[in-house]
Design a protein around this ligand. Structure first.
Ligand SMILES: *Cc1c(COP(=O)(O)O)cnc(C)c1O
Length: 198
């Protein structure tokens, strides 16, 4: 079996849940809002936590958070890369976000632009692209979810072929993580499922 890294998405919950997850051996946490992230970051600075920023990041907010995070899952445009390169002190592990659902209101690069963007990122010394991130449509249609995740699988193969680099896939949420694991996910971003009452 391949190993997947669980990122516990804590955007819906507070400190009690974070402490319980730490107790359970989880050290990777995901947040999607700058201000909420910063509050949690400051309150838990004494703990061994890897913070993943998974939400849309506005360029004007980059300098507030960029040296506090360990991973960025939402790198989706050159202007954001420019801003990160300006403010980040050390190289940052990033995932390029791909709009795999094709929904217009979703962030992420179009499939066809990903390889060029991947290559371009090599000019940015503070950006270390370690993978691709995508969010599938929230649906019970497994065929549709598979078709969307497959775009990431294909891009990973193309990157291997063109650049001889093996990248990671950040895909799979509460609704679709079993499919994501089956299709080769490396990082699962799971929120609501962790906090369901039984
Ligand atoms: C909220 C969120 C998740 C987790 O979603 P759940 O459905 O609660 O598991 C994963 N990724 C991103 C980018 C999110 O915003």
């Amino acid at each position: 079996m391949r190993d997947q890294k669980l990122i516990a998405v804590t955007k819906y919950v507070g400190d009690d849940e974070i402490l319980a997850l730490l107790d359970a051996g989880v050290n990777d946490f995901g947040e999607n809002r700058v201000n909420v992230f910063l509050e949690k970051y400051l309150r838990h600075q004494d703990k061994h936590i890897h913070w993943h920023f998974i939400g849309h990041l506005q360029s004007k907010k980059v300098k507030k958070v960029i040296n506090q995070i360990d991973y960025l899952h939402s790198l989706d445009r050159l202007s954001l890369a420019d801003e990160i390169n300006k403010h980040r002190l050390e190289s940052l592990n990033c995932f390029i976000e791909v709009n795999i659902s094709g929904e217009e209101n979703k962030y992420g690069l179009d499939f066809k632009n990903v390889l060029d963007f991947f290559q371009k990122m090599k000019e940015y010394d503070k950006i270390n692209v370690i993978g691709l991130m995508g969010m599938a449509t929230h649906t019970s249609d497994e065929v549709l979810i598979r078709r969307q995740f497959d775009q990431l699988v294909q891009l990973k193969a193309q990157i291997k072929e063109q650049f001889n680099e093996t990248i990671a896939l950040s895909m799979g949420m509460s609704n679709d993580y079993l499919i994501a694991i089956d299709m080769g996910a490396d990082y699962l971003r799971i929120g609501s499922l962790l906090y369901e009452e039984d």
